[in-house]
Ligand binder design. Sequence first.
Ligand code: GDP
Length: 364
Amino acid sequence: MEHPENDQKYTGLTVNSGVAQPPSVNPYANKRPRRRPLPPASELVEGILKGELNALSRAVTLVESIAPDHYAIAQEVIEKCLPHSGHSRRIGITGVPGAGKSTSIDVFGLHVLRKGGKLAVLAIDPSSERTKGSILGDKTRMEKLSVQPGAFIRPSPSAGSLGGVARKTRETIVLCEAAGYDNIFVETVGVGQSETAVHSMVDFFLLIQIAGAGDELQGIKRGIMEMADGIVINKADGDNIGPAQLAQAQYRSALHLFPPTASGWQPEVLTYSGYYELGIGEVWDMIDRYFAFVDANGYFHRRRSEQARYWMYETIDEQLRNNFYNNPEISAALGAAEADVLANRRSSFAAATDVLARYWKLRQ
Ligand code: GDP
């Protein structure tokens, strides 16, 4: 409607028509594109077996998802990929933040690719649950490797407990192997329990250390050293060569105090520089020697079978726990039981027995 002041009798001024107010609610808010329809498992498997990156990435996303329909498809894909998996060298790489993991993986990765084959870099970082998103296994940290067509880099799955995160990485290994990745690196931070999880899914465990970080053997947990098949002292360049060699000697003598390894392999200690790419070939020659050794004495296959058994029980444990704790009735009962225990009204044992009894009843 024309504004009354635009009438002929008002002169000198015109009133422009206004602009309609935008709605207070974004009209596009609920028009977000719908989720892409889930591809059938067979289509993903076909793509993975052809080595298609797109199919592999989508399948890994399903493995990482917590949605039950995704989980079901992912399990079907894994099952079908299993017969095509296993043909790789799985190498765990650990070290405290700043030890040079990403720098080293970048150059180790290029070294591996130069020899031919494909490489997947995965990661286990349980802290990513808290920090929302893992930095381990991040493409931006591995600049040279990330542009290589033969490299697949995937950060740590971020949702869930360490057990859950580790299972997802383990399942991703199966998918990568089926897609023809014959070298798998699994990176983790050498500060917590995640090394045990990584150790349980790799053939060779590499511990990256640095010299000059205080008393060499203090900072690192004895358990991690015991798991290592190779200890490599990074940053052996410039003024740091001397301290790196000293650290090497200290680690060597410390390793002699450890009991013999299950593989019969005597862990080696080497120095190198990831940044200046010195000694990379030597580190890799050691890893080659290890694989030749465990291939010859049968340990390689024995350990893989043991790991498969371990993961069967881990998966059962994880699913039982999820089933128990995600049950709404049990959650409510747990809340009440916890309050009773905290107020000293019941013993922990009696409260636990009660909640479990309820659970068994629900399952009947
Ligand atoms: P991460 O936290 O274990 O992944 O460690 P980074 O790879 O990010 O390295 C931490 C820091 O150490 C970076 O500033 C690197 O440039 C540096 N660095 C890594 N490798 C070497 C090396 O071989 N020599 C020297 N001098 N510095 C290095």
